[in-house]
Design a protein around this ligand. Structure first.
Ligand SMILES: [Zn+2]
Length: 252
């Protein structure tokens, strides 16, 4: 008798805990659950520099707020390469603000944010970039993020942000397989090549064309000119070819 009562209590607890964890369901529809699903996951990585003097100082800001309000990122990497995680990967961290890439708005909802401890005027240390590459290998492998979708904050918010700075080694990242970079011995773009269309295809938001050009130059040429430069068309033509050659993402 005693054990029956115990069983009833246990069953009651089970029901209560099941209710507490049941996902919200829309009463407007009949619930016919399917097992074929998974948590929504990030599709790209956005890299930042903290523009601060220490990792500890940056950690404090990323756990509270800056002058513009509450901010965070999924990861912070110190100058010494030490990695910190502040937000779970399936959660939406507040690092990209108002942003757009390849026609997609609300980059916070679809990205992992990685802050690099760097004041914005100094080179990035070898230890930090090595640590970043290890993290990128893990994220792209485990979360299924396509490796070319590793971009900078300044790329996705060209009118407002310029991080990571011109010192960031995008070429080294691309040599390791992350992000895009023009291949060696790039030939000239063909006659009639539309560089603006290619810039848009690469992902840039052209609502402010000069800001987009500055962001493109910061990423691919280590400078921030707001007008076209000689050689830009050849670079964009090659990037466009690389994008067209990419394998299609799986439909799953
Ligand atoms: Zn940023």
């Amino acid at each position: 008798m005693k054990s029956v009562r115990l069983l009833a209590v246990l069953l009651g607890l089970l029901v209560i805990s099941a209710c507490a964890t049941a996902p919200p369901r829309n009463p407007l529809a009949d619930w016919r659950p399917s097992p074929n699903h998974e948590p929504r996951r990030a599709r790209m990585v956005v890299i930042h520099h903290t523009a601060m003097r220490s990792a500890e100082g940056a950690l404090l800001v990323l756990q509270t707020r800056n002058s513009g309000g509450r901010v965070s990122s999924h990861y912070l990497i110190g100058e010494d390469g030490r990695r910190y995680q502040l937000v779970a990967e399936q959660e939406r961290a507040w690092h990209a603000g108002s942003s757009r890439w390849a026609g997609m708005d609300d980059i916070n909802s679809i990205s992992i944010g990685i802050e690099l401890d760097n004041d914005g005027s100094e080179p990035f240390s070898d230890a930090q970039i090595g640590s970043l590459l290890e993290l990128l290998a893990d994220l792209t492998d485990r979360l299924g993020i396509q490796p070319h979708l590793v971009v900078g904050h300044g790329d996705v918010a060209p009118t407002k942000k310029d991080d990571p700075s011109v010192h960031f080694p995008w070429q080294r990242l691309a040599q390791a397989g992350y992000g895009l970079w023009p291949r060696e011995a790039v030939g000239p773009a063909p006659a009639g090549f539309d560089a603006w269309a290619a810039l848009r295809l690469v992902g840039y938001d052209l609502r402010d064309p000069q800001a987009a050009l500055a962001a493109f130059h910061r990423h691919f040429r280590g400078r921030q000119d707001r007008e076209w430069l000689e050689g830009d068309a050849a670079i964009l033509h090659d990037l466009q070819l690389q994008l067209m050659e990419l394998p299609q993402a799986t439909a799953e």
